[in-house]
Design a protein around this ligand. Sequence first.
Ligand code: 4NP
Length: 161
Amino acid sequence: MNQEKMRLLFVCLGNICRSPSAEAVMKKKIRDAGLADRIEVDSAGIANYHEGERADPRMRAHAARRGYCLESISRPMRPWDFRAFDLIIGMDDRNIDDLKRIAPDVDSEKKICRMMDFSRDKLYDYVPDPYYSGAEGFELVLDLLEEACDGLLAYCRKSLK
Ligand code: 4NP
């Protein structure tokens, strides 16, 4: 690919738990790698139930304990996101199916990928929805994202010039 810049969009259902966490985890890894001017990150939801809201307070609290500040405001996916971003990264298979359904064309569809496809230990193949879970569900989200984002960063490095 050899791109000057990469733009990543993380997508989950509500854009208040998993994708805002992926955004924060990935941004930290990008900053630590000195690639903040080369890789842009954003997040969005399939649904608009929580549009305009900050991330779920439970998710924010668990993330804060690991040093992440979740700053994103929930917004639904827009059709033009498929043009604005290079990778559209869904958290589970339902997200992937929904993204495929709303992708405006074949080129857009090719940008859709699964978060856990970037995982190296492959313990999970999706990031489970923590919304109706207890504390362990939120911790699992962060464990999975921290591990998979290493693989995603390695992929980005290969794709950048
Ligand atoms: P997320 O979690 O997709 O990781 O942001 C959810 C947030 C809200 C709902 C479901 C999942 N909800 O049904 O409102």
